[in-house]
Design a protein. Structure first.
Length: 174
């Protein structure tokens, strides 16, 4: 059974090792999620600690999927505090532990993230994903659109500079 829930900062701190495990496992598999060295647990831990501070300040929300009580997937909804961008949010760190993939976890996490953004009256969601990744198919199937591609955007775990595809989804017409 898979359970989905938002975590506040205190709850995220309690599962910090599990959050790090999911991210690390995805990097080992070659995911382009901002990290090039899966063995650098200190950097991964620091990333999540920074995100936990952002949770506490309300800058973002963290949704997790738990399988057998263990975090198997994550997604973040990042809110902008700038006056000209309060109407939008960015989706990031859609991660699913490799052993838990192909069970609809990523789709469910995305649908819940979109719903959370709607509840916050967001009009627009944006994200970026490595060009050619299977994640693009998921996003397209959920109604996301491609805005464009940026070459040489991020270094892969193999040391290659990959392009990224910028995507968006309009949640409500204004």
């Amino acid at each position: 059974m898979i359970n989905y829930e938002p975590l506040n900062a205190r709850q995220a701190q309690q599962v910090l090792p599990q959050l790090c495990d999911v991210l690390q496992a995805c990097v080992v598999e070659g995911a382009s999620i901002g990290f090039v060295n899966a063995d650098d647990r200190e950097v991964i831990t620091q990333f999540w600690q920074n995100k936990i501070r952002s949770l506490a300040s309300g800058e973002c929300e963290l949704l997790v999927a738990r399988q057998h009580g263990v975090v198997a997937g994550t997604v973040m909804v990042n809110y902008s505090s700038m006056p000209n961008s309060r109407h939008r949010a960015e989706i990031s760190k859609l991660l699913v532990r490799p052993q838990a993939r192909r069970q609809g976890i990523a789709r469910q996490l995305m649908q819940q993230a979109e719903q959370r953004a709607r509840e916050q009256d967001k009009v627009l969601l944006v994200l970026d994903t490595r060009s050619g990744d299977v994640a693009s198919d998921l996003y397209l199937s959920l109604g996301w659109q491609i805005a464009g591609s940026i070459p040489f955007y991020a270094e892969s775990t193999a040391g290659i500079l990959d392009a990224t595809t910028v995507m968006f989804k309009v949640l409500k017409k204004v």
